[in-house]
Design a protein around this ligand. Structure first.
Ligand code: ADP
Length: 489
């Protein structure tokens, strides 16, 4: 989401920059066009001034018809020139003679001498903003005693109607503002440019401003597809990232699985040595039985009792098979053969596990109290793995209680809500509560010579049987295994 927002902002900014640049070049175009137009008009004023002063010079007696004729055509063709007049400078009280009107030349109010420019030699010119602000006057010294004055309406200089309404326009003569039009648009900001009409006698300055509104800089028709493209691009990048993450996760899982397999094998080999005494104990029984039955068979031959001989040989076959089974399980266990899920009663599976550890516990002086369900509920388990789990848990309990008086382990099993629940509890020191959640992590150990592989292996084996294992403190340490129950058919 954050990326999408960032990318959208960047895309919007890019659109704004492009549109802003377009606007700026449009502004430049308008400024250039208006400047050219203005220069042409100012040049026309110069030409009129020249023509008029020539005629005035030839008319020493005013008012003169010839001046009126030319002035009338000038004001008729160029309405922005509102007034053509001559002023007698050597006689400040003499009336100003205004030409160009419909009713011929008329005598007007004299202009205060203080407002007139002082020009030295014939042909010199000057400009002044007029009192009404929207006009300016151009003065030219015609001859020693007379000034020619043209009054120009500034609004007529610009052809303002051509310029689009979103532009603001101001025209200055020096510092005096002659004309101003504000932009009609709501603007986010304004870009302004200034031009001068390049006329030395009429030094006008034009300032044109371009307003930019938000909707102009970010028009929805440009933004919407752009945002859609950005969103699509981000979606594709995210998909690609997601796919790479998924691939990495799969690779990690595969590596982890391989590690677990190796771990399980290492655990089995490790536990083998510790189970050796239990296995020897298991084997001792069938071997002793074989010996006893074989001796009985010999006696049966001596006393010629084929019926007893047959019985003893049958018993030998049974015992030899049992010993063979035990060895077969050992082989399967060491070789790491695939889990072989069997349906067995919980009681049988636990009794087998207890046999394997009994001798070890007896040697350590640990008392094992059992409370088995005594029902015929069955569980679906890999018997070898199950026995290894129980063996590891009981051995850990025994090791935790070394040197303790009256070490005791309780092994209980029960059925509850479709699960078989097996708990192995001891009266040892229990586990450090701050470390409890790390206890199933590989290589976590508090023993100087421990490997920290027993509990992670137990957890993995129980999971493979669709079960769970938990550790908590209950006086000593207490481990609870839950396995799904298979009801008898
Ligand atoms: P290891 O026995 O090699 O240390 P385990 O994975 O079997 O590896 O056990 C990890 C740790 O769990 C042990 O080092 C011990 O601190 C703790 N632990 C396991 N069982 C018990 C128990 N019954 N009582 C107290 N601590 C235990």
């Amino acid at each position: 989401m954050g990326t999408w927002l960032m990318a959208s902002i960047l895309a919007a900014a890019a659109v704004m920059v492009v549109r802003y640049n377009d606007g700026l070049s449009e502004l430049d175009d308008w400024a250039r066009q208006t400047d050219v137009l203005l220069s042409e008009k100012l040049a026309q004023h110069d030409a009129h001034m020249t023509a008029l002063s020539a005629i005035i010079r030839m008319s020493p007696n005013e008012p003169a018809e010839s001046v009126q004729g030319l002035a009338q055509s000038v004001t008729a063709f160029y309405p922005r020139i509102t007034d053509v007049a001559t002023i007698r400078i050597e006689k400040p009280d003499a009336p100003v003679i205004a030409y160009g009107g419909q009713n011929g030349p008329v005598a007007a109010q004299p202009e205060p001498a203080a407002e007139l420019p002082i020009l030295n030699k014939p042909g010199d010119t000057a400009v002044r903003p007029a009192a009404n602000k929207h006009s300016y006057s151009i003065y030219k010294l015609v001859d020693a005693g007379r000034l020619l004055r043209l009054k120009i309406n500034a609004a007529g200089l610009l052809g303002i109607d051509r310029i689009p309404p979103e532009y603001s326009v101001s025209l200055f003569l020096g510092e005096a503002l002659l004309f101003e039009r504000a932009a009609n648009a709501q603007s986010l900001f304004v870009a302004t440019t200034q031009v001068s009409a390049n006329n030395v006698g009429q030094p006008l300055k034009l300032s044109i401003g371009r307003s930019f509104s938000l909707s102009e800089l970010l028009p929805p028709f440009a933004i919407a597809p752009l945002l859609a493209i950005v969103a699509a691009a981000i979606w594709m990048v995210e998909r690609y990232r997601h796919a790479s993450r998924e691939r990495r996760r799969q690779e990690q899982r595969a590596a982890l699985l391989e590690q677990e397999t190796r771990l399980a094998h290492a655990g089995r080999v490790n536990a083998l040595g510790e189970m050796a005494s239990g296995i020897a104990h298991e084997l001792a029984q069938p071997v002793a039985a074989l010996l006893a039955q074989s001796q009985a068979a010999r006696r049966a031959v001596v006393i010629n009792r084929p019926d007893i001989l047959e019985q003893t040989l049958d018993a030998n076959v049974r015992e030899a098979k049992r010993a063979g089974d035990i060895l077969g399980r050992m082989r399967a266990y060491i070789s790491g053969a695939d889990a072989r899920i069997e349906t067995v009663t919980l009681e049988d599976a636990l009794t087998g596990s207890i046999h394997l550890i009994e001798t070890d516990l007896a040697q350590r002086g640990v008392i094992l109290e059992t409370s088995l369900p005594g029902s015929q509920h069955e569980v679906a388990i890999d018997v070898i793995s199950f026995q290894q789990v129980i063996h590891n848990l009981i051995r850990n309990a025994a090791e935790a209680m070394v040197g303790q008086s009256e070490p005791r382990i309780w092994l209980t099993a029960a059925f509850q809500a479709g699960d078989a629940i097996i708990t192995i509890r001891d009266n040892g020191p229990g586990m450090d509560t701050t470390l409890l959640d790390r206890i199933f992590d590989p290589f976590f150990t508090t023993k100087p010579d421990g490997m920290g592989l027993g509990l992670p292996l137990c957890a993995r084996l129980v999971e493979k049987m669709d079960g769970t294992i938990e550790a908590r403190n209950d006086a000593g340490a207490c481990f609870t295994i839950r396995l799904p129950v298979r009801e008898p058919a």
